[in-house]
Design a protein around this ligand. Sequence first.
Ligand code: NAD
Length: 365
Amino acid sequence: MEFKVAVLSGDGIGPEVTRESIKILEAIGSRFGHTFNLQTGDVGGCSIDKNGVAITDETLDDILKCDSVLFGAVGGPKWDVTSENERPENGILRIRKELDLFSNIRPVKVYKDLVYASPLKPEIVDDVDFIIIRELTSGLYFGEPKKRWNSEDGIRESVDTLYYNENEIERVLRVGFELAMGRERKLHSLDKMNVMATSRLWREVATELSEEYPEVELIHMLADNAAMQLVTNPKIFDVIVTENTFGDMLSDEAAVIGGSMGLLPSASLSSVPGKQKKTLGLYEPIHGSAPDIAGQNIANPIASILSTSMMLRWSFGLNEESDLIDNSVDAILSEGYRTIDIAKENEKSLSTSEIGDLISNKINY
Ligand code: NAD
């Protein structure tokens, strides 16, 4: 099969980790007979330097002609000083808007051999493996009015608006149900229905939609309770779905469970992943451009490589290929190969490209 992938590697360690993902795509292509046509483009600080904007209209047009986007990371101290009006992050914000990427998906997995890297006790995190889905294009961050003013008696006031309609809620919940169908068929839907009208609508829509998925156990949970469960009993979760603001905070809380930012992939999708059709999505490691280690070939490429695996599974329906990447990552970790971020004290660590080579060799044995 043939696929067109936009590759925007960005700044800092973005190009270093993305290079390893491309290695993996090549290995998958040669093992399974697929062709991945790569369309590279600039985004973030490097695009500001070249073009004055974090992403050009031409690059956006090119992306829209692709089947999916592989993204590295953007930003760095250089642009904190020089780019007051055009920030590197504007690149990713524009892509999200243009592609209508309404669901953000982060798998959280604690590898058996890396339990020591988690800040939580081993007995709490052993075997943790769940997905958290965050609504990305509506809610408090986008609702109007959103403003600040001074009242007549000089008091400073401000307002943000939390708005959702049932269609916005339904489509992201459907992503949750669909992903749960491919896993343990357990979906936690998080809300604050005790105090918020949008949450009551959210819960109503979730309950209605669950009739289409009788095989999935739907569990409603208050978001504050979920915040506690994530650090005391994370094993109860399989798939979690929630609105934008709760998801922003809870997905960051969930991210630290695994131990290193360098291990965690993510996907942002513009439609509900189906079994046969292609789903346009953007795939990226959750970490940033890590300027403190950029250019040294020591960044962990696994988050980017697992993002590539997610792309094969959810945008292209290539489940066997995706499983092979995931299993190859598992294998090199259990054989003891580590980059510096996950190595124990005094343990030998490998470079970014050496880890990429090991995983690629497992695929193309
Ligand atoms: P960061 O994720 O870049 O780094 C945080 C820490 O984790 C650093 O010590 C870094 O060395 C380490 N780290 C991150 N990824 C790693 C990897 N793959 N392997 C090993 N260690 C890794 O976050 P930050 O330092 O807060 O931000 C740096 C820049 O990245 C800022 O300009 C920020 O705006 C930007 N940023 C971009 C994105 C994105 O592009 N999606 C996300 C977050 C931050």
